[in-house]
Design a protein around this ligand. Structure first.
Ligand SMILES: [Zn+2]
Length: 419
């Protein structure tokens, strides 16, 4: 099957200069050529007129929890059903690949990859690893301790080097392509103030080593400088949230070529912050913590943004989908406008394209999608292509509304076409 998208301006996922008046050749599920100039339409099974709009790589979200809702009393089957619906909605927003930052997504991934249901490619982390009384701990986690997989709520509790190694190995057994750990306190969980350091240096090192033995890497939930410094020293490669950055930590991140995923949760409405304790279903216990972690972290976000820009840290685009937002409505598009404000249009777009491509390389032979490039639009990329109404390299607000996402192709299949 040979398709042609004619007459588009192409952003390749890396270079800020857009190539004008290009034609993209798609053979089955891969991009096999991008060229300017004449062609004969009868050489193709299908020709799509890009109408001089902008073709960019399929967008990515490096921090979702597609297999886990945060609803009281939710079960695995409820999570799976909701996840499958939300997965389909993501394509409408132009998101063709996600990295799941901890939840059980093996069935969802399989159903999507087999074409049973529409949805993005998934880099699964499966259950996230948490210490006892850590960010992933809950009464639920204790009762499910011995049956983490069969009755999962997305968490594997582990303490001590041996348990940490075992828990990490188990996630690879379940199909993880990388390991997610909770390496610091949270803002809405039961027993872990945001300042807590979680997992000892030795425990994190053991998890990092285990991941490396399986050809992959570790991403970590954390906020404070102390947590980030410990994680980087232990070899963690992707810091999630990290909104409490200071100068020394920024330098350490830069020197160690670590990715930072500054999920823009702090832009959600103020009212939401006041209710942050409620969605874990444990508001009364939370009140004992005094000032909510959310407010403490929020005070540092401006400085964090300045340091990310000053040190030109390599950022990813992540939304914490399914955990952060109500109504299971993806809000990727809205978050792109936040990235524009914080990091500028080009850097914000890079976070969801070329930088994601870079982090897929850290999964080496565990990469679940080894057949093509993800996050790039060039010869040899998967045919994951978004066409936008306007140039997002110059103005990322173009991605601020899903109405501007005119066309979405994933794996050579067209999921949306409003051209
Ligand atoms: Zn998360």
């Amino acid at each position: 099957m040979k398709k042609l998208i004619k007459n588009v301006n192409v952003f390749d996922g890396r270079n800020s200069s857009v190539l004008e008046h290009q034609n993209i050749v798609i053979t089955d599920n891969l991009v096999t050529d991008i060229f300017a100039g004449d062609f004969s339409e009868e050489n193709f099974d299908e020709v799509i007129d890009g109408k001089n709009q902008f073709a960019i790589p399929g967008l990515t979200d490096a921090h979702v929890h597609l297999g886990k809702t945060h609803i009281d009393g939710a079960t695995a089957s409820y999570d799976a059903i909701v996840g499958s619906v939300v997965a389909g909605k993501l394509l409408d927003h132009g998101i063709t690949t996600v990295r799941d930052a901890g939840s059980v997504t093996d069935g969802l991934k399989r159903a999507i990859d087999e074409g049973v249901i529409p949805g993005p490619r998934i880099y699964p982390s499966m259950n996230y690893l948490s210490q006892t009384c850590g960010h992933g701990d809950s009464a639920d986690a204790h009762t499910n301790r011995d049956i983490q997989y069969r009755n999962p709520r997305g968490v594997a509790l582990c303490d001590g080097v041996a348990e940490c190694r075992r828990a990490a190995r188990e996630q690879f057994f379940f199909g993880a392509s990388q390991i997610k750990i909770m390496a610091g306190g949270g803002m809405s969980s039961l027993c872990d103030p945001v300042e807590t350091l979680q997992f000892s240096l030795e425990e994190i090192k053991a998890i990092v080593e285990t991941a490396a033995d399986y050809g992959s890497y570790v991403l970590a939930h954390l906020y404070t400088p102390a947590c980030m410094q410990r994680a980087v020293r232990a070899g963690v490669k992707s810091l999630e949230h990290g909104h409490w950055l200071d100068e020394d930590t920024a330098k350490l991140i830069k020197d160690n070529e670590v990715f930072l995923n500054p999920c823009p949760q702090f832009t959600v409405e103020e009212a939401k912050w006041n209710h942050m304790g409620e969605f874990s279903g444990q508001p009364s216990q939370l009140k004992k913590k005094g000032k909510p972690g959310g407010a403490k972290v929020k005070a540092h976000i401006e400085e964090t943004t300045n340091l990310i820009n000053k040190y030109d840290l390599k950022i990813l685009f992540g939304t914490d989908l399914m955990i952060m937002y109500d109504g299971y409505e993806p809000r990727e598009n809205l978050d792109f406008t936040v990235y524009k404000k914080r990091f500028g249009s080009y850097k914000g777009l890079l976070a969801a394209t070329g930088n994601f491509n870079d982090i897929t390389k850290l999964t080496t032979y565990q990469n679940p999608y080894p057949g093509g490039e993800i996050g790039l639009l060039k010869k040899g990329s998967y045919a994951d292509i978004v066409i936008t109404n306007g140039n997002p390299v110059e103005d990322l607000d173009v991605l601020g509304s899903k109405e501007n996402i005119l066309f979405v192709m994933k794996d050579g299949q067209i999921y949306k076409n409003k051209l």
